[in-house]
Design a protein around this ligand. Structure first.
Ligand SMILES: Nc1ncnc2c1ncn2[C@@H]1O[C@H](COP(=O)(O)OP(=O)(O)OP(=O)(O)O)[C@@H](O)[C@H]1O
Ligand SMILES: [Mg+2]
Length: 1060
């Protein structure tokens, strides 16, 4: 069993309070068989301002006659969504319970409110409606429905309630209201059924009573303009229909405020201005009609005393006042085709007037209900569940009881029958049927009284109808006689004539009959029974009503009514039929009960008249109810239904139970751990003794529902994700498929293109050597591109690098051009990068090339080495720097070249070591001796006439100087006092030295490379010497030969070790 600690604690605190406040449920009474104990409990609670007590799930409400603040918003909240047994008894609790079962089980429910007049039925019904209307979340549409449902009350109460001696706001009509809920449990509409309005009140009120509230509300609350329009005065005492009870003003009633409430309700319920005007017109017209009085004229016929009220009345309902006047004083009878109109006497005229007033009021009331139902109609289609509220007039015993009380009490008998039927009889029968061990509880079955009233042909209503329809002089007394003759032997019927007992006889008037109702004996006066049952409205008045312009009157008095031949059902029969219908409505629903008890007859708070209460407890059958409840089971459900609802709680029955439903229920019950005495397993149903057990089961279901919801959510999510995944996967496959197709198509196209390209290439290759044509043009272009690309990557980097890539045949020409360009480019680059000294060196090399290339055999050997400016050893060099630069060198000259050399005398060709120094202007020949330099020769470079060299590998240099110069040389140069003609030198780097001299003198003409094997040289005094130039030696030698000539024998070229 699901156990909850807080609930136990709550229960304990309830027990502690029990002493003071009694028990909340009479089932808990120890002495439950004692009525005394039961009433004491009610009284105890009543004095503690606790007006509600349960018998099981029946609420007993004792009217507190004061506001206890039990219906505030806080209470509404407190009772919402809680289990019945967790909160103190209240009408809200039973309403919540009914509402919850309705929404959970999708069944129709009804709440039956019973009790005698003034016991608090209407108050309870209003609270039930309030609670239900507030169930929904606030949405505009629902709020609108809720407002309308709530506003139907003040309107219907104004027209259907009146002050009686029992109750200042007594309901004078029966009301059953269905509230419609959609599947979400929101109220979406409503429907009202009304029962037998006590219309006689419109024309007559007992002392201390009033007409229906609306008349007084109109006079007290209507604005002056409206009253003026209706030709009414504020003072109700001015109007006959309103003042008969001598209590127009009641201190507990605020008519003015009520008028405003009605006015507001009409707006909320969407009554149009025309409709509202028509309503006030009718109410005003009835008030005026009451003031139409008659006197007898000379012939004893009725004559209106004052026509003003007639005129006012006809004005308000929009008919011709003369016609109305005539209709009020005449009666037309149609008999066998003849139409006879006869004047009425004053009594008949009063009867006609009252009949008109009653009829108009009743019909307008019915119209109001129809109109209200239109406003409450649910716009939603689809399945709706209903929760009905029955608030019908309570049992009445007045001093003088008439036809109305007869009907009202008959209605209460019927309701009691439903109660018995559903709570006592059928329940006990069910236990027997279901095989539950059961000790029969005795109760009074009021079927016998219902039959007495309604049985066909034998019942009072049948007898009354017969008497009404019987030809001949039927009166209320002939009706009484008829009943006496037919019902004399009935145990629940008494009259003066049928009573043998003189004691009883004394208490009964001759014009009365007495019925022993379930709630007590009531004596009814027969006067008026026939009339009220016939409910006759003279034809003239009906006809006049069909001629009015008031929209409500015209709609409630349809013209075709006049043409109907068939007599309408009598009032009692109509009422009986409507009750039969009501009973079937109630029986088709799950009932809940609110039993209202009136604590005293004085409308006093804090006064608990035990005798009065005891009486009600008896006739309401509460003790029997308690006994059955106590012994019985609060809740029962067919196994299938119970299993269907709760199978999710038990693993053995969830999700499917295979086998008998009973076994499934057994498994659930065991799973929940019901104590053995708390339930019984019947033939077809499970019986649960206490509501608490059921509520705990319900709690377990709610918890389980939560779990299931989470599970469903998870499954749903998984399903959704799975579906989404599958969709995505399918999409991916589709995309991939298409993509593969696209890729394949592209590949195919590419391959096709490639095949074309390759084919063209091959063709181009085959025809590559043909002149350019379309077939090979592309190939050739490619070849050229390829060649250029290749070339670009393999270009020589250095000007000295002679390599040049091979070119295909088509590019040979371009290759050549490009080679040239490239070399030029490299050369330019090289040159640009050269330092000035290097440049000079280069120029010297270029000069050397021009001078010696192909002319002197040793030239190629000179190529790899740069020319230098000095080839002196360090000692000679330092000597040069000191001696030559500072002493010998002529001012302004710059030293350009120094080289050691051998000088051969012109006579004898003796070799002597000398140093040759070349300056910017002259050529010096110096002798280095003892660490000194001695100038031997100096020539201006301009004076050099020839520079003779051999074409061989030797280094002979013959510097030819003009003789005169030689002379001048002699004279000019003191250090060479013996000029001997041309200078014969062996300069180790002859190409370098010659190039330098020519470079400085800028005269290449002077170079003479011998073309023969001998060269001549001039000696002193113009003598000629000869130098023989030969080759064929392995080493170069220069010697004086036998012929006295200088023999230069050059090393062969092949030896090639020459320095220059
Ligand atoms: N729960 C309550 N709290 C306070 N006062 C109440 C309560 N119930 C009833 N009354 C008082 O009792 C009066 C009569 O109640 P109500 O009109 O509901 O009686 P009723 O049973 O409908 O009578 P009738 O059969 O005449 O219509 C109310 O006007 C109100 O003053
Ligand atoms: Mg009422």
């Amino acid at each position: 069993m699901v156990s909850k600690k807080p609930q136990l604690e709550r229960m304990e605190s309830v027990l502690e309070e029990r002493e003071r406040t009694g028990v909340p449920d009479a089932i808990l009474l120890e002495d439950y068989l004692s009525e005394r104990a039961f009433i004491d409990n009610l009284k105890k609670r009543y004095h503690e301002n606790i007006i509600y007590t349960y018998i099981g799930q029946v609420v007993i409400s004792v009217n507190p006659y004061k506001d206890l603040g039990l219906y505030t918003e806080d209470y509404l909240e407190k009772y919402r969504n809680v289990n019945f047994y967790e909160v103190p008894p209240h009408v809200f609790a039973i309403t919540e319970n009914a509402y919850r079962s309705m929404t959970a089980e999708v069944t129709d429910h009804c709440i039956l409110i019973s009790g005698e007049s003034g016991a608090g039925k209407t108050e309870a019904s209003k609270q039930v409606l309030r609670f239900l209307a507030a169930t929904s979340l606030h949405r505009r549409e629902i709020d609108r429905v809720r407002d309308r449902l709530l506003q139907s009350n003040p309107l219907l109460e104004a027209f259907g309630n009146a002050k009686t001696n029992r109750n200042d706001n007594s309901s004078r009509f029966g009301k059953y209201m269905d509230i419609e809920f959609n599947f979400k449990g929101d109220p979406v509409g409503g429907h009202i059924l009304n029962y037998l309005l006590e219309k006689s009140r419109v024309v007559h009120q007992e002392d201390g009573e009033r007409n229906f509230h609306i008349f007084y509300q109109l006079l007290a609350g209507a604005p002056d303009e409206l009253l003026e329009k209706l030709h009414l005065q504020r003072d109700a005492n001015y109007y006959f229909y309103l003042k008969q009870g001598n209590s127009c003003h009641v201190h507990t009633i605020n008519d003015r405020a009520s008028f405003e409430a009605v006015d507001h309700a009409l707006d909320i319920l969407n009554f149009t201005t025309d409709e509202q005007e028509a309503i006030w017109g009718v109410v005003g017209a009835i008030i005026h009609l009451g003031n139409v009085s008659f006197k007898a004229d000379d012939d004893g016929l009725a004559k209106v005393v004052d026509e003003t009220p007639v005129k006012n009345c006809s004005k308000l309902i929009g008919c011709d006042s003369a016609e109305l006047l005539k209709a009020l004083t005449h009666r037309t009878i149609e008999a066998r085709g003849d139409v006879v109109t006869s004047p009425l006497n004053p009594d008949q005229a009063v009867y006609a007037r009252d009949a008109l007033a009653k009829s108009v009021y009743e019909r307008v009331f019915n119209w109001l209900v129809i109109r209200l139902n239109q406003s409450l109609q649910s716009p939603e289609s689809g399945r709706k569940t209903l929760l009905g509220i029955l608030d019908i007039y309570g049992f009445e015993i007045f001093e003088k009881n008439g036809f109305e009380q007869f009907c009202i009490n008959y209605c209460n008998e019927k309701l009691q029958q439903v109660f018995i039927e559903l709570t006592l009889k059928s329940e006990q029968e069910e236990y027997r049927r279901e095989g539950i061990e059961w000790e029969q509880v005795q109760y009074f079955d009021n079927k016998i009284i219902c039959d007495l009233v309604e049985e066909k042909h034998k019942g009072i209503i049948s007898l009354l109808d017969e008497e009404c329809l019987r030809p001949g002089e039927a009166t209320d007394f002939t009706f009484l006689a008829k009943m006496n003759s037919h019902l004399a032997s009935h145990n629940h019927y008494f009259s003066y004539d049928t009573s043998d007992n003189s004691k009883v006889k004394k208490t009964i008037n001759k014009d009365e009959f007495r019925l022993r109702h379930y709630a007590g004996e009531v004596a009814y006066r027969v006067q008026g029974f026939l009339d009220k049952n016939n409910d006759l409205l003279f034809r003239d008045l009906k006809e006049t009503m069909t001629h009015t312009s008031n929209m409500i009157i015209t709609s409630v008095f349809p013209k075709d009514e006049l043409l109907r031949k068939r007599r309408p059902d009598t009032a009692a029969t109509q009422f009986k039929n409507s009750l039969v219908e009501l009973m079937s409505i109630l029986m088709s629903k799950e009932p809940s009960y609110i039993r209202c008890i009136k604590p005293n007859d004085d409308k006093r708070s804090y006064y608990f008249d035990e005798e009065r209460v005891s009486h009600q407890v008896k006739y309401l059958g509460l003790m029997e109810n308690l006994r059955v409840r106590r012994a019985g089971f609060a809740y029962r459900r067919a196994y299938e239904i119970f299993l269907a609802r709760y199978k999710s709680i038990c693993p053995a029955t969830w999700p499917h139970h295979h086998g008998l439903a009973k076994d499934g229920v057994k498994a659930i019950v065991q799973h929940l751990g019901y104590p053995p005495d708390d339930f019984r397993l019947g033939e077809t149903k499970l019986f649960i003794r206490l509501p608490k057990t059921l509520f705990l089961t319900e709690d377990a279901l709610q918890i389980r529902k939560g779990e299931l919801a989470t599970m469903i959510q998870a499954k749903w999510k998984a399903f959704m994700y799975q579906r989404r995944y599958e969709r995505m996967r399918a999409a991916v496959t589709t995309v991939a498929k298409h993509w593969r197709r696209v890729v394949a198509q592209r590949l195919r196209a590419r391959r096709k293109w490639a095949v074309g390209v390759v084919r063209a290439f091959v063709k181009g290759f085959i025809t590559r050597n043909e002149p350019v044509n379309p077939t090979n043009a592309r190939f050739q272009q490619l070849v050229k591109c390829e060649y250029l690309l290749r070339l670009s990557k393999s270009l020589p980097n250095s000007v000295l690098d002679p390599r040049w890539p091979d070119a295909p045949s088509t590019c040979t020409e371009a290759s050549k051009i490009l080679h040239g360009f490239h070399r030029t480019y490299l050369a330019r680059k090289y040159v640009k990068a050269l330092l000035p000294e290097k440049r000079v060196m280069f120029e010297e090399k270029v000069l050397a090339e021009q001078l010696f290339k192909g002319k002197k055999v040793s030239y190629p050997q000179s190529l790899p080495n740069w020319f230098v400016t000095s080839r002196l050893d360090p000692a000679s060099e330092s000597l040069r720097k000191t001696a030559f630069e500072d002493i010998i060198k002529m001012t302004g000259e710059k030293t350009k070249y120094c080289v050691p050399c051998t000088k051969y005398d012109r006579h004898g060709y003796k070799p002597r070591d000398r140093i040759l120094i070349l300056t910017s202007g002259a050529l010096y020949l110096l002798e280095a001796k003892e660490n000194k330099l001695k100038q031997k020769h100096r020539f201006s470079l301009k004076e050099v006439q020839g520079l003779h060299v051999s074409p061989n590998t030797d280094n002979l240099l013959l510097i030819q100087i003009p003789v005169e110069n030689a002379k001048r040389d002699k004279s000019a140069v003191a250090c060479d006092p013996n000029p001997k003609g041309d200078l014969i030198l062996n300069v180790p780097n002859v190409i370098e030295a010659v190039t330098k001299i020519i470079s400085i003198s800028d005269n290449s003409e002077v170079l003479k490379i011998a073309e023969s094997e001998s060269i001549g040289h001039t000696m002193k005094n113009g003598k000629q010497g000869t130098i023989m130039l030969n080759t064929g030696s392995s080493v170069t030698t220069i010697n004086k030969n036998k012929e006295g000539k200088l023999q230069v024998l050059a090393e062969d070229e092949k030896h090639g070790n020459m320095i220059m």
